[in-house]
Design a protein around this ligand. Structure first.
Ligand code: AMP
Length: 308
């Protein structure tokens, strides 16, 4: 079963305490696609400019990402410039050049209309709504957002929340959206806004999943090398939704596994700059780290009378 992503394809200039890249391949749709394609075919709707390097298009081609929905617009590609200090959970944006992204109106090709698993990456909630109007019968819609939309387009954001199954956001965004500090209370409130599941990402500290009936927590993978956290959230989304689409199973048990696959993909992505680690990632490594997560979080129940 394939997945559809609508989001940004970008040229990123990023500096961290461990190095920097200039005009490297980035964007939310890029990270998602290069992560989800380890599980299931991916179709992409985004826009780039006429200056977008062919070598990047070749990466999508090599990874068999369906780019029939990737428009090549007149003008320059979207660019993002940012840096991180030692707190890698906090991205500092220096410059956002929208360029062709400014006039982006996602058009879903006919061939994509019946795709059942959708990732609405972090774009204007009004555009996210327009995507859903063009899709026939999605089985699962996962939606990302950010503080900018929470502050500037709250009304539209609340409308899209009524239409999506799962909202993915980080802890500070969940607090800002709901006005609650407790993530327990924040997630309760988000569930009342529409989604039946909320996933709250906590950067290197892992992620939480909440529904009316259950919740699940996964720690961050203790990495030896973190170089560039850009795209961690979108790589998480790719592993999570890619696995759900591949299995077609939306049970609680399977969602827990999907959270692990999301965490595996995010943890690999941050090991290197831009998409370099995802590009060379092997399926075998995914399975190894999945099992490592299992070992790392496993503990036995108490024997009867053990602490009495
Ligand atoms: P993440 O680290 O998961 O939040 O995603 C980082 C990616 O988001 C980068 O590769 C950027 O190119 C992209 N990005 C940054 N700002 C925006 C924006 N305003 N709209 C769309 N994509 C963006």
């Amino acid at each position: 079963m394939s997945v559809l992503v609508v989001g940004s394809v970008a040229l990123d200039t990023v500096k961290t305490p461990f190095g920097e890249v200039k005009e490297a391949l980035g964007g939310s749709a890029t990270y998602f696609a290069l992560s989800a394609n380890h599980y299931t075919p991916v179709s992409m709707v985004a826009v780039v400019g006429s200056d977008f390097p062919k070598k990047h298009l070749d990466i999508f081609k090599k990874k068999r990402i369906d780019t029939r929905g990737l428009e090549i617009g007149k003008g320059k590609t979207f660019r993002w410039k940012g840096y991180y200090e030692y707190d890698l959970n906090q991205a500092h944006t220096q410059k956002t050049e929208l360029n062709v992204f400014r006039a982006f109106r996602p058009k879903i090709p006919k061939e994509y209309e019946k795709i059942e698993y959708i990732f609405l990456a972090n774009i204007d909630p009004q555009l996210q709504l327009s995507v859903l109007k063009q899709i026939k019968r999605p089985k699962l819609v996962l939606c990302d957002t950010m503080n900018y939309w929470i502050e500037k387009k709250r009304r539209e954001l609340l409308l899209i929340l009524k239409e999506v199954d799962i909202l993915l956001l980080n802890d500070s965004e969940a607090r800002e959206l709901t006005g609650k500090h407790s993530l327990f209370k924040a997630s309760r409130r988000i569930l009342r806004m529409g989604p039946r599941i909320t996933i709250i990402k906590k950067g290197e500290h892992g992620a939480l999943m909440w529904s009316e009936n259950f919740h699940f927590a996964i720690p961050g993978y203790p990495l030896e090398d973190i170089n560039d956290p850009t795209g961690a959230g979108d790589s998480f989304a790719g592993g999570f939704l890619g696995f759900l689409a591949y299995t077609g199973d939306l049970s609680e048990e399977n969602m827990r596994k999907a959270m692990v696959f999301g965490s595996v993909m995010a943890s690999y992505n941050v090991e290197d700059f831009s998409i370099k680690r995802l590009e060379r990632l092997k399926d075998k490594e995914i399975i190894e780290r999945y099992r490592e997560f299992k070992r790392m979080t496993h503990f036995e129940d108490l024997n009867k009378g053990a602490i009495e």
